[in-house]
Design a protein around this ligand. Sequence first.
Ligand SMILES: Cc1ncc(COP(=O)(O)O)c(C=O)c1O
Length: 364
Amino acid sequence: MSLPPALRALVRDELAEVEAYAPHEGSFEVRLDANEAPDLLSRDARARLASAAVEHGMARYPDARARALKDALARRAGARPDELLVGVGSDEVIALLLSALDRPRKKGQPPAIVTCTPTFVMYRVSAKVRGYVVVEVPLDAAWRPSLPSLLHAVEMVDPNLVFVASPNNPTGTTMARDDVLALARAAKGALVVIDEAYAPFAGASLGDLFGAAPNLAFLGTLSKIGLAALRVGWLRAHPELIAELDKVRQPYNVPAVTQRMATVALTELSAELDAVVRVVREERARLSLELERMGHAVTPSAANFLWVKPARPATEVFAALAERGVLVRAFPQRGGRVAAQLRITVGTPGENDRLLAAMARCGG
Ligand SMILES: Cc1ncc(COP(=O)(O)O)c(C=O)c1O
């Protein structure tokens, strides 16, 4: 049934260029496609989280200011609570930023973002559906953000926001500290957002650059370290900017169950979360070595996934793995050098063995 014209006329033109997010359908024994952490929490930790979930009771709204969760995140991030905004995943925080900072540019031009390509798609999608112009700067030959190209784009576009993921999804590459600073200093009229979703796997964070420039902000999430089901993401930015963004946030955005469970995870179970990260880093090194031994090209990764150019065409390897019950991520629709790559999330040791065995058998 087609949409009546009067309703069609209400829908933003930009939505024609965007597709709703659709995870890969089908049942796979080994899912290494979504950059989640392997589910390694102990029975005791699960039991503690289950009891935390009911502590708040069901009849009352959550704490609108998420104070306990902010305190716990602030301690983990070495931040002050008033520098933090918490959202339902960093996806929500990205949407909030784009909603609040969408002033038209000079001469009534629509608002704009500058970001990299390939990178996390939600910067582009979330910006597009709000009427932003999206300028995507290709990564360099080593799949790293290119400072000269970013500076050039910033100068040409005069964007409202710049988004750089470091480590970057899907490539696992990072941006150099000096480049982050140079970008923030050059893009004075923009908020420069460094997305550190995967920083726990990098061994080093850029977060200590916070405060080096007032327009430098950082995104973080609990999704990649074993708590994706909770949907907790945050922004660290200038406290007065946080106060403005708080006006755009829905008052009860983060559910009470999530606030309670995440607070307990951060305060009582941090050793277990750190252990998950350690296992992933060890497994990343093993997977990387084995895949290279098989003749595949693996980009050095600072994240919880590998960016792999298989020896055979990526679509064939993807299909052969899927037939053997292993789902990874392919990018056939992207064309160019990206279409030749696969992104493989690091799983449990057992899942990684399954992947390696399937790779060996399909002659990938
Ligand atoms: C770079 C990056 N940022 C943010 C996210 C989303 O995180 P969240 O689950 O907190 O919305 C992802 C998810 O894949 C990501 O790759």
